[in-house]
Design a binder for this molecule. Sequence first.
Ligand SMILES: C[S@@+](CC[C@H](N)C(=O)[O-])C[C@H]1O[C@@H](n2cnc3c(N)ncnc32)[C@H](O)[C@@H]1O
Length: 293
Amino acid sequence: MILRKFELGVNSLPQVVNNDPGFLALKNKIFKDTRLDCNQYKDPYLMRRFNVRMRATGVKTYEEYTSVLTKTPDEYDNLLSEITINVTQFFRDTMVFKSLREDIIPLLIYEKCMKNDVSIKIWSAGCSSGEEPYSMAIMLHDLLGEEFDHFKVTIVASDIDDEVLEAARIGTYLARQVVNVPKDLLARYFTKEGDLYCVNDEIKRMVQLKKVDLFSQTGGFGFDMILCRNVVIYFNREMQDKLYMKFVKALRPGGYFVMGNTETLVGEATQYLESIRSRERIYQKSINDDYQK
Ligand SMILES: C[S@@+](CC[C@H](N)C(=O)[O-])C[C@H]1O[C@@H](n2cnc3c(N)ncnc32)[C@H](O)[C@@H]1O
């Protein structure tokens, strides 16, 4: 995926509201034509993304860009890719994956064994081209070892963007996307074809790819762990509150929530999710709560 140098730092954008009529009309048009509700993103973030496409199409105003979309609807593909930034990597944020591997996942497996529960259900929300859910699948397959066949592991991987979901389905990656994969795991779980690294079928089979718009849909319920990293950062505060509560409801009691390390848990969800690894942004849902499904 294309690296966007300004991705980090979005959290520091002020909650500025842009009431420019051209900007509002553009957001309305996008919703009418694509059903993507731009009002759920932070305005300064959207302005940056629109400006990138305005520069690329050689126009200066929101009104002119609205006309570009009317005349050439294919431009929506470029615009939607621009809005839903897809940058990602296998084992992105190695400290987080280290903690999951050495600490949280072994604990989860132990709990499952104690309860004679063979199902492990994980949701990677905003999975982009699959690197995050495949990293989880590789880690679980490796950790469970010979016990793997005794477990029923499901990793739901969802995104709003068809293009990245298709890339995830194909599951082939460039060297720079797999730099953080430990050498032994790279050799075991990927097949090299020319310059590309292809995720093996045993790993692909563990991951269910799904189109889910987090503004209006869910990936399911009863999850042992939800990862939603580097997604919510672009949403406005109200949407962040709602989304975190959506994750609270989708987790089983005692389930784990992992967020991006530049993101901050806000709103009502702070009552239900306890920080258990603050640096790695890992939370645990309380055992006793009202949101058991
Ligand atoms: C920066 S990527 C994060 C990928 C991965 N979670 C990681 O941290 O490496 C953000 C992803 O969120 C997705 N996204 C943005 N808005 C969304 C929405 N409303 N519903 C679902 N996914 C969305 C984008 O399409 C993009 O693939």
